[in-house]
Unconditional design. Structure first.
Length: 211
């Protein structure tokens, strides 16, 4: 097994200290940071994403795998920055105003980061204005809104309208998700994308960003 395959396997097992150790070793052996990131860390996270989608692993396994990925990324960061390796795209993410649920949102964040996207997490109870301001400030490709309550789903329509009014409509796509949200709701408010789970959300986001 190559060191990159080993990193991927250990990441899937959530063994953060070992992942850190091997990432450092791979760099010492002269493997490029980009390769370590894509073929080691991101490939492991991608496998976890697929398994999560197929109900072969559950939230706790995803969380510990993401923790291991972050540990590896910390080691890589200085090398990636010095080589000027850019994220594949930028997503502004948050749970809409009036809603304080964050487990789904956090999972989406991990899955998106696991695809090599940069995620700006605005947290919970986020107003439509805040989404738009952050999208402008960070030059986002996507605004991703989550809601768990039927009573807060209407806020997503506000986000779509504010994006259109701000003139960002052509450059920023709006993604919506959460337990009560459906494809037909997405279409009715004029949002661009709906996905039913975190792994699918990350797949769609990657396609939007890299085309």
């Amino acid at each position: 097994m190559s060191i990159l395959e080993e990193i991927s396997t250990l990441l899937q097992q959530g063994r953060a200290p070992k992942v850190k150790e091997l990432v450092a070793q791979a760099i010492e052996e002269g493997i490029s940071p980009k390769e370590v990131l894509e073929e080691g860390l991101l490939s492991g996270m991608s496998i976890i994403g697929e398994k999560f989608k197929n109900n072969e692993v559950y939230v706790p396994e995803v969380l510990i795998a993401a923790r291991a990925m972050n540990a590896g990324v910390e080691i890589l960061k200085p090398y990636l920055v010095s080589q000027g390796i850019e994220a594949k795209g930028l997503v502004v993410l948050g749970t809409v105003k009036g809603d304080l649920h964050d487990i789904g949102k956090n999972l989406v964040k991990m899955m998106m980061e696991g695809k090599g996207l940069k995620v700006v997490d605005l947290g919970v109870d986020v107003s439509a204005e805040s989404f738009v301001e952050a999208a402008k400030e960070y030059n986002a490709d996507i605004i991703a809104c989550s809601a768990l309550l039927t009573t807060t789903m209407g806020e997503m329509k506000e986000v779509v309208e504010k994006v259109k009014a701000s003139g960002l409509g052509n450059s920023v796509k709006v993604m919506v998700g959460g337990a009560p949200v459906t494809q037909s709701f997405c279409e009715s408010i004029g949002a661009d994308y709906y996905t039913s789970d975190a792994a699918s959300a990350s797949d769609v986001a990657l396609k939007v960003c890299v085309g």
